[in-house]
Unconditional design. Structure first.
Length: 563
């Protein structure tokens, strides 16, 4: 205690604040992600230790890191080392601390959203309600974690300790004030109770404590890993990370690198990632390919003909769909998947201990599921075929280096009927075929239109891929289908994989979503039928729209009229 007071007065204040809340019966939860949360975690663990030494009964402490799957891989790997150090320290001092790595629900992870559902790369221009990626990939995960802690502990007194600081930026200071976060007063926010014990710390305060730990002047869980923390920040700051960086007017490069998602395009340029690679190619150069992927996705975002789908996914109450450039097209997603799997393959060839795998078996199944229920992929299991092209057959797909396509006017939204398409193709959705009925006991889906008899299926609270079941399907079952010629059989609709995945229990579905899933599969089957005949769905819809004149080149004329 005395050493903390002597070396860094603000540390005493932070420790005292957290300790008081622990004594009052709060269970503390801390998100560990960088330098600020590192020093906050130090203060919280010291507070817990002191409370125990003083004879108080304490609640367990939760220290977690959220892995979105595309966070800066070197920093995420370092955080795993920090977790191990905390575990070792907690064991040696008999502290009730649990460390966890939390992840978003599979169907909401970046690769499934971008490559599977076709959601656009997040930029400042298309984030209408703030950073939606943060909301989905981090805040929702935190909310679920805090709710789980409340349930397991049987109390609502779960307190999130954050490492936010006023001096990080003016915007951050405004948001902290808006939320009412305080150094020593518990604040109720939208995601629970919060405390900001280092709110008034400067950047130099943070690095001073890190230096004291590094020099062994303060005991800490982080004494064996803190040097690596400095090295990572130095690399992200072009090799500079001095103790008092940023504390005077003469300092032009304060040690305040920001490490986030490698594909983040909210900012025009990821300087910290680029600095890492350029400062130490040997250590960080393996991330260059992911940086190139980010640039390609960003530069092609406004190249509508290359990257975008022009037919909306939603059918309104009148049976219409919207024609306007929106999400990534299936063809573009297929190209992205080839590039991403190539990055994975190159990383696996580089080392026996890969630092990342952007698309694993479960993620691939989730991508395939989304393609199949959307329609237009062209063949049965096309995502799995691309996997084998790269990982089994050794094909490699480099990332093109292209110039940024400037923003331009999108199509004026137009609604056209899809009813004629559905009527003419008469798709069956999830309804069992005669052959399927002879093999399986049918399950029923009840709707306003009557009973639909479908393949056996397994339900869950949300649609999800069952962990561990993707490997067999991709490596064994699909390759068997391929050897039997089923993947090239034109009579097999790509949507057949949906019933197959459901029947095998590889994908479990939410009961309340079965009717909607059936309707989406019908639409996908109709689109696949048009594509199988060499047609274009946009042209078909335009030709069959009562107020649209027939023209020789519908796509080009439609664009020229509306730009």
């Amino acid at each position: 205690m005395d050493s903390h007071t002597k070396l860094h007065p603000k540390v005493k204040s932070a420790i005292t604040s957290i300790k008081q809340k622990i004594i009052e019966g709060w269970s503390v939860a801390i998100g560990l992600s960088g330098k600020d949360s590192f020093v906050t975690t130090h203060c919280a663990i010291e507070a817990l230790k002191q409370a125990i030494d003083e004879g108080y009964k304490v609640s367990p402490m939760s220290i977690y890191t959220i892995d979105t799957s595309i966070d800066n891989f070197e920093i995420m790997d370092f955080m795993l080392d920090v977790h191990q150090s905390i575990d070792d320290y907690a064991n040696s001092h008999q502290l009730p601390i649990q460390t966890e790595v939390l992840k978003p629900h599979l169907m909401t992870r970046p690769m499934v959203q971008y490559l599977g559902r076709g959601l656009l790369l997040r930029t400042a221009q298309n984030q209408h309600n703030g950073r939606q990626c943060t909301s989905v990939w981090k805040i929702k995960v935190l909310e679920d974690h805090l709710r789980g802690l409340e349930n397991s502990l049987g109390t609502s007194k779960v307190l999130s300790i954050s490492g936010v600081r006023d001096s990080e930026s003016s915007i951050r200071a405004i948001n902290i004030k808006k939320r009412g976060e305080s150094i020593d007063v518990v604040t109720k926010t939208d995601i629970g109770y919060k405390l900001a014990p280092i709110k008034d710390w400067s950047l130099s305060d943070v690095w001073s404590l890190i230096s004291f730990i590094e020099d062994g002047e303060i005991e800490s869980f982080g004494e064996d890993v803190v040097t690596d923390l400095r090295k990572h920040y130095a690399a992200g700051n072009s090799g500079v990370c001095d103790l008092l960086a940023g504390s005077s007017a003469g300092q032009s490069k304060p040690c305040s690198a920001r490490f986030g998602c490698t594909l983040c395009a909210i900012v025009p340029k990821d300087n910290s990632l680029i600095n890492q690679i350029e400062t130490n190619e040997e250590k960080y150069g393996y991330m260059r390919g992911v940086a190139e992927l980010r640039n390609f996705m960003l530069h092609s975002l406004n190249d509508f003909n290359l990257s975008r789908n022009s037919v909306g996914k939603q059918i309104d109450k009148d049976g219409n769909v919207k024609l306007k450039y929106n999400d990534y097209s299936i063809e573009f997603r297929q190209s992205l998947l080839r590039m991403v799997l190539t990055l994975d393959a190159i990383e696996q060839e580089r080392t026996d201990n890969p630092k990342f795998q952007l698309v694993d078996y479960s993620t691939l199944i989730a991508i395939q599921w989304n393609w199949a229920i959307e329609g237009g992929e062209g063949s049965f299991g096309s995502a799995i075929k691309i996997w084998h092209d790269v990982h089994t057959n050794g094909e490699r797909y480099p990332i093109p280096c292209i110039e940024m396509t400037p923003a331009k006017k999108n199509l004026t939204a137009r609604y056209v009927s899809i009813s004629k398409l559905l009527e003419s193709e008469n798709p069956k959705g999830l309804e069992m075929t005669s052959e399927e009925k002879s093999k399986y006991q049918p399950h029923a889906i009840y709707s306003d239109e009557g009973v639909i008899h479908t393949m056996p299926y397994f339900t869950s609270d949300k649609t999800q891929v069952v962990e561990g079941m993707g490997w067999e399907y991709i490596e064994c079952i699909y390759t068997h289908y391929e050897s039997e010629g089923l993947t090239k059989d034109d009579s097999v609709c790509p949507t057949a994989i949906i019933k197959d995945l459901m029947q095998r229990g590889i994908v479990t579905v939410q009961s309340s979503s079965l009717n909607r899933l059936n309707e989406r599969v019908k639409r996908a089957q109709a689109i696949n039928a048009i594509k199988a005949r060499g047609g274009d769905i946009e042209s078909y819809l335009l030709l069959n729209s009562s107020d649209t004149p027939v023209k020789s080149d519908l796509r080009d004329s439609f664009q020229s009229e509306l730009f």
